[in-house]
Design a binder for this molecule. Structure first.
Ligand code: SF4
Length: 248
């Protein structure tokens, strides 16, 4: 029986989708891509995506996003030989501000985790100082006890010792609906938990970007664990549970 093929770009060593061939020369043929390449096995979806980019609003959003991407770098005279070098220029918070300005946004929304309330206060000031109106919503808004969504006291953060304490659930649905109703031009996520962000995305109807993702161990920098997965410090991430086969 033939093995089912599905996109596995993460396993690709060819990367002919990003060929860097000189202007005027032909990129490598698609047949040189791995058998699991979306360009070979899902061409109809790639064509449908290009139809979407043909819509004026989407095309403009895509154009501004790529323009902003390029503006995060600068050319410097320190490359190899006679070539210019390239270096990074601005952090993500400035990237977000510049993108919002390019999009013509006036009203921004911050959906933040209560654990990042100080950062939310700073971001609010930063954005207001740049001339935006800022709507912000904390994850705990509504102050509904977690028992309402079926958690037992001992399953809450407070654990067995937290029996006496009321524990408000995070309500990303409320955060999304409030930002929807305020008709913000761009919603900015600040530190929502895994799963809470999933719910936020499901209910949010306004354009959204993520400024900070929560990582309680690595200072909200989850890629640090991935970088360390080939070292003894976090090598456990690469271990396979006994009896489990690789997905590929
Ligand atoms: S699109 Fe094709 S060539 Fe590009 S990374 Fe995926 S498999 Fe590789």
């Amino acid at each position: 029986m033939e093995k089912e093929l599905y996109p596995m770009c993460a396993k690709c060593g060819e990367r002919i989708c990003h060929p860097f061939n000189k202007i005027g020369t032909e990129p490598p043929p698609v047949e040189e891509a791995p058998s699991f390449c979306p360009m070979r096995i899902r061409p109809e979806i790639l064509e449908r995506a290009m139809v979407e980019y043909g819509r004026n609003d989407i095309r403009e959003l895509a154009r501004l996003a790529s323009l902003q991407e390029a503006e995060c770098y600068e050319w410097v005279p320190t490359g190899v030989g006679d070539r210019l070098g390239i270096r990074t220029r601005i952090p993500r918070v400035e990237e977000t501000i510049q993108f919002a300005q390019k999009m013509g946004c006036h009203k921004l929304g911050i959906a933040f985790c209560i654990g990042l309330q100080n950062e939310a206060r700073s971001l609010d000031r930063i954005l207001e100082n740049r001339g935006f109106q800022v709507v912000s919503v904390c994850c705990k808004t509504g102050r509904v006890d977690k028992e309402e969504i079926g958690l037992k006291r001992e399953e809450m953060i407070g654990g067995p010792k937290g029996y006496l304490y009321y524990e408000s659930m995070c309500s990303p649905i409320a955060q999304a609906e409030i930002l929807n109703s305020e008709e913000v031009d761009l919603a900015i996520l600040l530190g929502l938990c895994v799963g809470h962000d999933t719910l936020f995305f499901r209910y949010c109807k306004v354009p959204t970007t993520v400024l900070v993702v929560k990582d309680r161990v690595f200072g909200h920098n989850p890629v640090a664990a991935i970088y360390l997965s080939s070292t003894p410090y976090y090598g456990r991430l690469m271990s396979k549970p006994a009896g489990k086969r690789s997905g590929a």
